[in-house]
Design a protein around this ligand. Sequence first.
Ligand SMILES: Cc1ncc(COP(=O)(O)O)c(C=O)c1O
Length: 441
Amino acid sequence: MPIRERGPVTSPASTSATLGDAEVRALRADFPILAEHVGGHPLVYLDSGATAQQPLAVLDAVDDFVRHRNAAVHRGAHTLAAEATEEFEDARATVAAFVGARPEEIVWTTNATEAINIVAYGVSNASVGRGGAEARRFAIGPGDEIVATELEHHANLIPWQELAARTGASLRIVHLEDDGTLREDELASVIGERTRIVAVAHVSNVLGTVTPVERIVALAHAVGALVVLDACQSVPHRPVDVAALGVDFAAFSGHKMLGPTGVGVLWGRRELLDALPPVLTGGSMITTVSLESAEYLPAPQRFEAGTQKVAQAIGLAAAVRYLEAIGMERVREHEERLARRLLEGVSALPGMTVLGPPAGVDRGGLVSLVVDGVHAHDVGQYLDEAGIAVRVGHHCAQPLHRRFGVTATVRASTYLYTTEEEVDAFLDRLASVRSFFRVAR
Ligand SMILES: Cc1ncc(COP(=O)(O)O)c(C=O)c1O
């Protein structure tokens, strides 16, 4: 079947070793939304940790696909179906290469939440005998332990609580030091002979803490446990090679890395994905079906039941090409510089407390803080009145907030398009929040 030529996809060309201010200002033109005004003020978008903005390369890739090649994949025999299938599988290969994986190890999901749930429910299915002999390696029950940490996003905590409740296994927690790092002593004492799964975030979405993944992998693998990495806040912001990290599964979301909403990724080592029982069942994930039973395809198709999110996957691949053209090490370094500016700026303001590691250690490009005497939601509204978008609340990490004795924080998060001027605009506005709410002169 003839596959028609596709037009070139444009991505920015990286120019110098560091992502300088001039280059950042230039690449902002690729993001139409950054020219928006809010309440008459230029938008200062400091909420990329929740959802990142999308460049024209992504918007155009999605638009071009939907206009010219839209069709269901792996089903039809016509030209559009073949083109859509090819582009969908190319997208998988692009995303795989970005994280050091093989294409067949990349499962498209709706988001990271779904990706983590696929692992948890797959283990659950194995635990009730589904998936045959090869799935038995995943089965857990009473006496077994699942380990998570106190800094997890709810997406990497509740699925394990539920798995424990369904199987009778116990959930154990590694707690935090005051500086937001994981307690080293507990890592070594909690991960033990009974541990079957260790679930941990690579970078905390609240504290910016970078967890010691290699050490966790060594401890877990020494006792035969699997490591599930929540890479939501690392893959978009720094070079990540999942195979080199040595984890067994990893999850991330497209919308946090310049891609569309509605697409995420579950990565798993090939032999694990092929053995894990599927969770969603139905069309497109089978080899043969009788009225009584079905045989499943190997990974990744066995986890991709139903009509797929084709345009979104293609958009995510365009986002990956955009990030690759910039260079992930430059993205990381740019955000590190902005985080330092944020941390130093906030520390210089009276009545503010920053949660998480200080400047100067490896950390994510976001800062969460508490303003003495002013609720985070009021701070957020005060910032919004000046066009500054931050996230306020518990950021889907209630146990973490409880650990630090607060119910809500204000989080400013950066990305490759964030400028120093935006950080300064945030700091300037923050400087007057306490006097505005009359808790300081
Ligand atoms: C660390 C972390 N894990 C998981 C998630 C869940 O991502 P999604 O809502 O895209 O599934 C997020 C999103 O905020 C996150 O920051």
